[in-house]
Design a binder for this molecule. Structure first.
Ligand code: IMO
Ligand code: MG
Length: 446
């Protein structure tokens, strides 16, 4: 029987802690693949007392013997890749041995970054709050069939095609009256293209499907489901499919190959950039969450907007992604709160609902359920039995509301600060295997 492609996705607005969890899970998967997004991601890993941030490289890179794939759905900036590789090399890891890059991934040109800045400047107050890494303009070129792909760098007419696309961008920049030097980073980019030629450039769809014939793989999402191009709060979203469908298109695999979907969420919400955020806090509670949770961008350093956990939005993304296992991050950051709130429904224009409305301009008033805080330092706890009862009640409530078990609770940034309540194989075999289910029902009847 063939192996499965399990998936890790952020269920909120990004920055849920995907890097840490992929790093923890990567010990069980011989391969990790990024399927969408680009250097707008900033995945933080902490181990052996050190911190690392990866942006395009999968978070599995630090695990011994791992294979790491940058899939077709990713947009790749060769300059950023080279910088990231230099950091990885400091750990005595040779990225050229462990990293395989899809020929079908689209390239981010220096002028894509400039266009990102130009569009944001032109949008004024309506700006998206983009990371300005060129993500939107690169996906725009991909969809409008003007893009350059990684495999193109091997073509004899690559330079010509580059010049053609650059000329197009210069015209657009001029139309937007954006003052810049479009050739500023060109020499650096071209030398990074030479660096890129030293990697294994692959036909991702063949590579991944062949791999899955006898070995499992983990797909690592970037951003979060609420930033999905179709299902997020459009237009305040990123430009890729961050939800589970993006795994199939981004890696070239069929939905039947997907196994577990690990959905990651923080015990509160954060958002960087613009757009609706119903539970956002503008008071000292929001500030306290920001400080305790160190909620400042891993890539941009921007302070993140903070608010209470939004279960309406979370239930929506659990549904879209078909989440089988929930992973809760950073509940230790709420250790010192008298009362903890979670939003369990919205009042949209005065009418209560448990659904995310289409209209992002709708006035949403969050309706909260309150829990007494546990007022105890959770960071050192490694066993579920040692968790305070208030905390247990809180997670039970969430599991009931969301209808999916919380398999892993993370209580700090380090690899070790993790409680695994049950391994995914265990609870799926219980939930999914028919004989087990029948046994359980019979026992319950007795
Ligand atoms: P990770 O993978 C949080 C946000 C930006 C902006 C919007 C569009 O670290 O969770 P873009 O540069 O993609 O055009 O910006 O999406 N955004 C993220 N927010 N975490 C991320 O990645 C993000 N990547 C993009 O702030 O609002
Ligand atoms: Mg991040």
């Amino acid at each position: 029987m063939s192996s499965k492609l399990d998936v890790v996705l952020g269920l909120q607005w990004g920055d849920e802690g995907k890097g840490k969890i992929v790093d923890v899970l990567a010990g069980r998967y011989p391969a990790v693949a990024r399927f969408q997004g680009g250097p707008n991601a900033g995945h933080s890993l902490h181990f052996d007392g050190k911190n690392f941030v990866v942006r395009s490289i999968p978070s599995g890179i630090f695990r011994e013997g791992s294979t790491n794939i940058i899939g077709s759905g990713v947009v790749l900036d060769p300059i950023t890749l080279r910088e990231e590789c230099a950091n990885v090399e400091k750990m005595n890891i040779n990225p050229k041995e462990k990293l395989f890059i899809s020929k079908k991934a689209n390239l981010i040109l220096p002028t894509h970054r400039l266009l990102d800045a130009a569009y944001e400047a032109a949008a004024g107050k309506g700006k998206i709050g983009s990371t300005l890494k060129g993500i939107g303009p690169t996906y725009t070129d991909k969809i409008s069939r003007h893009g350059l792909r990684v495999g193109d760098i091997l073509a004899p007419d690559f330079r010509e095609r580059f010049e053609k696309l650059k000329a197009r961008h210069i015209q657009l920049l001029s139309d937007l009256h954006f003052e810049c030097d479009p050739e500023k980073d060109e020499a650096e980019w071209m030398s990074a293209i030479e660096f890129l030629k030293g990697f294994n450039l692959i036909d991702c769809e063949y590579f991944v499907n062949k791999w899955l014939e006898n070995k499992p793989m983990l797909a690592e999402g970037a951003q979060g489901s609420m930033l999905d191009i179709d299902y997020g709060s459009y237009p305040f979203v990123t430009s890729s499919s961050t939800t589970v469908g993006g795994v199939c298109t981004g890696l070239g695999v069929a939905p039947s190959k997907i196994g577990h979907v690990y959905g990651i969420f923080k015990a509160y919400c954060t958002r960087v950039g613009s757009g609706p955020f119903p539970t956002e806090l503008f008071d000292e509670t929001g500030e306290k969450i920001r400080q305790v949770g160190h909620e400042f961008g891993a890539v941009t350093g921007r302070p993140r907007r903070c608010g209470w956990l939004d279960l309406v939005a979370l239930k929506y993304t659990v549904m879209i992604d078909g989440v089988t296992d929930l992973i809760m991050m950073k509940s230790d950051c709420l250790d010192d709160f008298e009362t903890i709130k979670v939003c369990t429904s919205y009042k949209v224009d005065g009418v209560e609902t448990d659904q995310v409305p289409f209209d992002i301009a709708a006035q949403i008033e969050p309706v909260y359920t309150e829990f007494p805080g546990w007022k105890k330092d959770l960071t050192g706890i490694r066993k579920e039995s040692e968790l305070p009862q208030e905390f247990k009640n809180y997670i039970k409530f969430m599991e009931d509301y969301l209808g999916v078990p919380i398999s892993i609770i993370s209580l700090g940034p380090d690899r070790e600060a993790t409680i695994e309540r049950y391994r995914s194989e265990e609870h799926t075999s219980e939930l999914q295997s028919l004989p087990n289910l029948v046994c359980r029902l019979l026992l319950e009847k007795k």
